[in-house]
Design a protein around this ligand. Structure first.
Ligand code: UDP
Length: 253
C-alpha cells in the first residue's frame, strides 16, 4: 500500500468510480467451465478475471508430504504474466507464496479433510487480469470450484476487502484505492458459522474504523455467498423436492 497524498481518491466526497462507500464492484461467477478439472469456476469481479481449477482428492506425492489422518488442501495462486500493466515475472514470488498459503489455510477450515487421509486436494487459482482484491476473488472462486468438484465441505468461504481512503472506510477497494489508500483489510468469511478464516491488514485503522470495515466486509460476504450459491444452482438445478435433498445430504454427512 503506497500511500500518496497527491493522488485524489474522492471527488466532492464521492468515490471516483461512482460507487457508494458500501458498494461492491460488479461480480459474476460461473461454475464448472473446465472439462479436464474435477471442479472449476470463473469469476469476474470488477476488472479482475480469475479462474480456479480443483484436482483431487488424489494420492499425495511426494509421500513425505502426506498427512496420515487428513487430506492436504494445496492452493496455488498464480498471476499470469499479462494480468497486470507491467509484465509480471512468471513463477512464484514472495507475494504469491504468501497468498497460496493463506488461501490453503482458509479453505482447509471448511473442507472435511479427515475423509481423505494421505491425499491432496489441489486448487489452482489463475489470475488472468488483476485490478485489486485478487486474493479475495481467488478465495471466493476457489470455494465454488471445490463445491463443483463435489468435495465435502461444511460451507463455502466468501472473501472481500474493505479499507480506508482519504480517512473514509469503504468497501471493496478498486485499483487506485488499493494502491494509494491508507489501509486494506481482506477477509475470508464462513457464512454458516459466522467465522473468519482469513484476516490481513495492510496500513493502519483505529478500532472504530476496523469495526466499520469488518461490518462492511461481512455484509458484502453474505451478498457474495448468494452469488456463489447462485452459480452452483445454475449448473446443478434439480427437480428434487426439499425432503429428497435433505435425505441426500444426510447420506453425505
Ligand atoms: N499488482 C501488480 N503487480 C504485482 C502484484 C500486484 O500490478 O506483481 C496489482 C494487482 O492489480 C493487484 C493489486 O496490485 O490486484 C493489489 O495487490 P495486493 O498485493 O494488495 O493483492 P490483492 O489486492 O490483489 O489481493
Amino acid at each position: 500500500m503506497a500511500s500518496n497524498e497527491d493522488i485524489e481518491l474522492l471527488k466532492d466526497g464521492e468515490r471516483l468510480d461512482g460507487r457508494s462507500f458500501d458498494e461492491l464492484r460488479d461480480i459474476n461467477i460461473e461454475a464448472g467451465i473446465l472439462k479436464r478439472a474435477d471442479g472449476s469456476a470463473y469469476i469476474e469481479w470488477g476488472k479482475n478475471k480469475v479462474m480456479a481449477a480443483v484436482y483431487g482428492p488424489r494420492e499425495m506425492h511426494p509421500r513425505h508430504a502426506q498427512e496420515t489422518t487428513k487430506a492436504v488442501v494445496r492452493a496455488r495462486y498464480n498471476m499470469a504474466a499479462f494480468s497486470v500493466p507491467d509484465r509480471k515475472r512468471p513463477g512464484p514470488d514472495r507475494r504469491s507464496i504468501e497468498i497460496s498459503k493463506l488461501v490453503s489455510e482458509a479453505l482447509e477450515k471448511v473442507v472435511f479433510t479427515e475423509k481423505y487421509p494421505r491425499s491432496v486436494i489441489d486448487v489452482f487459482i489463475e489470475v488472468l487480469q488483476a485490478s485489486a482484491g485478487t486474493r479475495c476473488a481467488g478465495l471466493t472462486v476457489a470455494s465454488v470450484a471445490l463445491a463443483d468438484a463435489g468435495i465435502p465441505m461444511s460451507d463455502m468461504v466468501a472473501g472481500c476487502a474493505s479499507g480506508k481512503i482519504e480517512d473514509q472506510v469503504v468497501l471493496d477497494l478498486g485499483k487506485n484505492e488499493d494502491n494509494y489508500g491508507q489501509a486494506d483489510v481482506p477477509i475470508g468469511y464462513i457464512p454458516r458459522t459466522e467465522e473468519l478464516c482469513l484476516l490481513q491488514m495492510d496500513g493502519n485503522l483505529t478500532i472504530e474504523e476496523y469495526e466499520k470495515a469488518m461490518e462492511l466486509s461481512i455484509d458484502a460476504c453474505e451478498e457474495i455467498y448468494e452469488l456463489q450459491r447462485g452459480a452452483l444452482k445454475e449448473k446443478y438445478s434439480t427437480d428434487l423436492d426439499e425432503d429428497e435433498i435433505e435425505e441426500l445430504k444426510e447420506g453425505v454427512e
